[in-house]
Design a protein around this ligand. Structure first.
Ligand SMILES: O=P(O)(O)OC[C@H]1O[C@](O)(COP(=O)(O)O)[C@@H](O)[C@@H]1O
Ligand SMILES: [Mg+2]
Ligand SMILES: [Mg+2]
Length: 315
């Protein structure tokens, strides 16, 4: 698919594709609501205020006006979707309860604008979303019923899975998402590496692993945006992204609920793997909304090799 210019498989739109997946009407509705919200987020990214908001999030990080606006766009859409009971966001201090009755409802954890500090230099950013059945957001990511990200790059693309493979949709000139790739699959190993964090703060184990990747001829591909960096690895089907423990932050930087779990779900669905060095990311039991973890994510063999180098030394 996508090899010949202009071929888009009869413009299959997102809603029609979802209806054909034999999933609940509520989940179809929720996924479409998130896709709709992303149209307002991309509009904010393209034309919105680039300044700070004057507030900070639960990690003590300064929020940009775009972080706050994107968060509000997503939250409002989810609140009025009629199918969401609990909402957690990288930009909110606590869980936002829409209704106390979880029957037939979903809970959603999201990072509304990942990589927001890259907007002022015009690099790609994204939205990351994890979806759970019922009201419990503090459960292993493996229990998610779906995950997706939207990538705001030169084109806007959306990648999702509900446990039936990974699909990519691309926004067309009418702002509709049409199917561009189906059943995306990762190769067993690859030659791209995307290493997050300051290298001088790497532990000897991580330093040795990076040297191994360089020696085997892997190419450095790191943009500083989790969504475009993962998207490259997933769509090319090869490589590894890592944000390891650093000497002054044993849990790395990235957040389990808002960033790691949805990406781990998508990569596993495509035949790849994601670990914190000791266990699959998706099996971690979150202790709090703000939990961080080291991550090695991508091709199965490359992730297994990272685990070998770490040899049980992990957070
Ligand atoms: O600059 P570093 O330390 O490599 O960190 C980059 C990582 O941090 C992030 O920007 C964190 O996300 P936020 O922008 O949502 O805080 C990721 O997108 C990216 O992978
Ligand atoms: Mg983020
Ligand atoms: Mg963010």
């Amino acid at each position: 698919m996508g090899k010949e210019p202009g071929s888009t498989k009869f413009q299959t739109d997102f809603r029609r594709h979802l209806r054909e997946q034999n999933i609940s009407g509520n989940l179809v509705h929720l996924l479409c609501e998130i896709a709709e919200a992303s149209k307002y987020v991309i509009n904010a990214v393209r034309t919105g205020d680039l300044g700070v908001a004057g507030t900070s999030n639960l990690y003590g990080e300064e929020q940009l006006a775009l972080d706050v606006l994107s968060d509000r766009i997503l939250r409002k859409r989810l609140m009025y979707s009629g199918v969401v009971c609990n909402i957690a966001s990288e930009e909110m201090d606590e869980i936002f309860q829409v209704t106390s009755n979880p029957l037939g409802m979903f809970s959603v954890a999201y990072d509304p604008l990942d990589g927001s500090s890259l907007v002022d230099v015009n690099l790609a950013v994204g939205t990351i979303v994890g979806i759970y059945q019922g009201d419990n957001l503090l459960q292993p990511g493996r229990n998610m019923v779906g995950a997706m990200y939207i990538l705001y790059g030169p084109r806007v693309s959306m990648v999702y899975s509900v446990g039936k493979g990974v699909y990519e949709f691309t926004m067309n000139h009418l702002m509709e998402f049409t199917l561009t790739r189906e059943k995306v699959q990762m190769k067993p190993s690859g030659d791209i590496y995307s290493p997050g964090g300051l290298r001088k703060k790497y532990t000897p184990e991580n330093e040795a692993y990076i040297r191994y990747l360089e020696d085997k001829g892997s190419k450095l591909r790191y943009s500083g945006g989790f969504v475009p960096d993962i998207n490259q690895i997933l769509m090319k089907g090869k490589g590894i992204f890592m944000y390891p423990a650093l000497t002054d932050s044993p849990n790395g930087k990235l957040r389990l609920l808002f960033e790691l779990n949805p990406m781990a779900y998508l990569i596993e669905q495509a035949g790849g793997a994601a670990t914190n060095g000791c266990m699959p990311i998706l099996d971690m039991v979150p202790e709090g909304l703000d939990q961080r973890a080291p991550i090695y994510i991508g091709c199965k063999e490359d992730v297994a090799k990272a685990t070998e180098f770490l040899n049980g030394v992990c957070a």
